[in-house]
Design a binder for this molecule. Structure first.
Ligand SMILES: Cc1ncc(COP(=O)(O)O)c(C=O)c1O
Length: 384
């Protein structure tokens, strides 16, 4: 049987991983500045994470949400403590798209409305509603097309105010990434997030903070949206939550009330996924990874500023982007193939850095050195 060929892949087979390194089937070591798409939060195969999953596996891996699953409550308590959202409620799912899908449905259940405000270049996932609020027509199937979504320019306060003025009473929710990832590392202004909060309060709409990529401590705060000093009504989470074990979740403000049967999932909140997610939070706490991410990110950004030839260095914590000019468009490829460094990309030619929050200073320096050498190598090739 053939695999359904939807991924443009690198011709590399990863066999083993530890911390911020991965090794291919020829034993070649790579520095992972990509974290398998922002997923690796505490480091590949972290011993505490492995141990906790193994222990859970030997007890019970799965039972459905028809019985008490105390490890879900343990996870909720730890999340409250580490995120600071102590009075929020937790609903567990399996992926980022599923988290956003449920958040949007919940908002609509909550206020009985249909319109969703989303922003240019947003990416929220590939399930029906999540993809409908994603600003990429190429991945929206005809069946997902809807008049219920209003796309506005990102960080445009006037457009948002005008939209609420015209149809505020129909708006179920506003969904926004704290820092757009797929969109190319673009930060939401704190003042824009505050305005969303105000307009949602005034008009009875739900503020959904998509924290699937920018959340879980990556930016030096538990949620990137926290920079505005206001709370969202729903936070969606996934990637870093399980450090590679599939799990997602939504944090729901106390005024949004549950009803039996309103949401549901077979696999969401299973014992094994909760064990992985608990291990992640325990390590984040013990190793102080949120403040490490902040410090390490500031260091990398300050060093990137000194490197000639790259532009628009931006982002917070370990969610960093920069633009190589047209003459350096081969940079990511050269970094991977000649310097054994994985980085992420965003269209058209943004380099995205999304390493583990446990990236060491030495590994950061290793990256910066490789980057400078790769730039020189590309420039040399260009001159030939
Ligand atoms: C901001 C954001 N939201 C949602 C998603 C979808 O997550 P998943 O691929 O786990 O469905 C992604 C994935 O890249 C994302 O970056």
């Amino acid at each position: 049987m053939k695999l359904f060929d939807v991924y443009p892949i690198n011709d590399i087979t990863i066999e083993r991983a530890a911390g911020s390194y991965v090794w291919d089937n020829n034993g070649v070591q790579y520095l992972d500045m990509y974290g398998g798409h922002a997923v690796i939060s505490i480091g590949h195969t972290h011993p505490h994470w492995v141990r906790r999953i193994e222990e859970q596996l030997n007890k019970i891996a799965f039972y459905s949400n028809s019985v008490r699953i105390p490890i879900q409550q343990q996870l909720a308590e730890k999340l409250a403590q580490v995120s600071g959202k102590t009075d929020y409620q937790l609903f567990l799912v399996n992926s980022g798209a599923e988290a956003n899908e449920n958040a949007l449905k919940l908002a609509s259940f909550h206020n009985g409305r249909k319109k969703i405000v989303a922003f240019s270049k947003a990416f929220h996932g590939r399930t029906s509603l999540a993809v409908a609020v994603t600003d990429n027509p190429k991945i929206v199937a005809p069946v997902n097309e809807t008049d219920n979504v209003i796309f506005l320019p990102f960080n445009d306060a006037a457009a948002l105010k005008a939209c609420f003025q015209q149809q505020g009473e129909d708006i179920a929710a506003v969904i926004i990434e704290g820092i757009q990832g797929v969109g190319g590392i673009v930060e939401a202004d704190a003042s824009f997030l505050t305005l969303i909060r105000e307009l949602c309060d005034t008009h009875g709409a739900v503020y959904i903070a998509d924290s699937v990529q920018c959340g879980y401590g990556r930016t030096g705060q538990f949620f990137a949206h926290d920079i505005a000093g206001v709370n969202a009504d729903i936070y969606t989470m996934a990637k870093g939550m399980g450090n590679g074990f599939p799990i997602g979740g939504i944090l729901i403000a106390p005024h949004i009330l549950p009803k039996h049967g309103m949401l549901g999932t077979t696999f969401g909140g299973n014992h094994l996924a909760c064990a992985a997610a608990l291990a992640v939070l325990e390590v984040i706490e013990k190793e102080n990874l949120i403040s490490m991410a902040k410090q390490r990110g500031m260091y990398i950004k300050s060093q990137l500023q000194k490197i000639a030839g790259i532009e628009n260095i931006r982002g917070r914590g370990l969610m960093i982007g920069f633009d190589p000019p047209e003459s350096l468009k081969e940079l990511r490829k050269v970094l991977l193939n000649d310097f054994n460094v994985f980085t992420g990309e965003a269209k058209p030619n943004v380099v995205r850095l999304l390493p583990s929050l446990a990236l060491s200073r030495k590994q950061a320096d290793e990256f910066l050195e490789a980057l400078q050498e790769a730039i020189a190598a590309v420039q040399e090739k260009e001159e030939e």
